[in-house]
Design a protein around this ligand. Structure first.
Ligand code: IPE
Ligand code: IPE
Ligand code: MG
Ligand code: MG
Ligand code: MG
Length: 295
């Protein structure tokens, strides 16, 4: 990430540290079994933590308590990490590097890496349910439902299915939009929606965070497609040119680099104007930084 203002950097790093510490407590320190070891390998490998940071900062900007959103933030990162472990498998994108390290299946073998992904997904649900039982608040349950839907066949999994079925083909623009909105947009949008819900924001405000999340998530995957073509393994921490070698249908392969550049900036700017309207300077800065990201 390239940072633009110091107040933002400090806040961003504080959120990252909070999330990393909590994830470490949940996985590393307590459990030493082989499956926790494989789960922790990918979870604690140092991703950007964009989704949990979006969730925490949306909660804070709606006047909510950061501590009460932490379990959901960590759960979302677990679901995202599971999706990455499975995405890298030979049956899917067949990649060797992730978050600057060998992919999970390269270290632990395919069987254990499938189970490590499953383990992270289930642990995420356990954490969210535990939070809901302890807090007994309908909005928390609504946030849980949002994350579950965004992760499932009408969200991330649905997008991944279409992504795989669209290899070696020319698909239409609507199918491309479906892939991007679902495989990536859904979890990013759910991060902002859940954050607002956990702060008990009203329906209108929750709707605005969702709208911004849809735009930001869509832009995020267009930028990811661009980085696959323009980045390097060193900068990305994951294999470059993976989409080309799998003959994927991406924003770049279907619409070209110029259109991809134009559109991800346009969608990000639309999200930024909603963050301005919501008076969320941190989220505005985060969106600006995501435009310039190099990994
Ligand atoms: C990568 O997500 C996969 C996509 C959905 C585009 P990130 O770019 O957020 O990856 P990490 O979490 O920082 O490793
Ligand atoms: C992945 O999209 C989306 C997920 C749900 C994991 P990509 O396959 O483009 O993500 P990277 O480029 O491998 O991180
Ligand atoms: Mg993929
Ligand atoms: Mg991939
Ligand atoms: Mg990609």
């Amino acid at each position: 990430m390239i940072f633009l203002d110091t107040k933002f950097i400090v806040q961003f790093e504080e959120y990252q540290q909070l999330i990393n510490n909590e994830l470490g407590n949940l996985i590393k320190k307590k459990h030493k079994t082989p499956i926790y070891n494989a789960m922790g390998y990918s979870l604690l490998a140092g991703g950007k933590r964009i989704r949990p940071i979006l969730l925490l900062s949306a909660c804070v900007s709606c006047g909510g308590n950061i501590k009460s959103a932490l379990a959901f933030a960590c759960s979302l990162e677990m679901i995202h990490t599971y999706s990455l472990i499975h995405d890298d498998l030979p049956a899917m994108d067949n990649d060797d590097y992730r978050r600057g390290m060998l992919t999970n299946h390269k270290v632990f073998g395919e069987a254990i890496s499938i189970l490590a992904g499953d383990g992270l997904l289930n642990l995420a649900y356990e954490l969210m349910i535990e939070h809901c039982i302890n807090n007994n608040n309908l909005n928390d349950i609504e946030a849980f439902k949002n994350i579950a839907t965004a992760s499932g066949v009408n969200g991330m999994i649905g997008g991944q299915v279409m992504d795989i079925l669209s290899e070696n083909k020319t698909i239409d623009r609507d199918s491309l939009i479906y892939i991007h909105k679902n495989k990536t947009g859904a979890l990013i949008s759910a991060a902002l929606t859940a954050g607002a819900l956990l702060a008990n924001a009203n329906n209108e405000i929750v709707g605005k965070y969702k709208e911004a999340g849809d735009l930001l998530g869509f832009a995020f995957q267009i930028k990811d497609d661009l980085l696959d073509v323009t980045g390097t393994r060193e900068a990305l921490g994951k294999d470059a040119n993976s989409d080309i070698s799998n003959n994927k249908s991406t924003y770049v392969s279907l619409l070209g680099i110029d259109k991809a550049n134009e559109d991800y900036i346009a969608y990000s700017n639309k999200a930024i104007s909603i963050f301005e309207e919501l008076n969320s300077p941190f989220l505005k800065q985060l969106a600006l930084n995501l435009i310039r990201r190099e990994n």
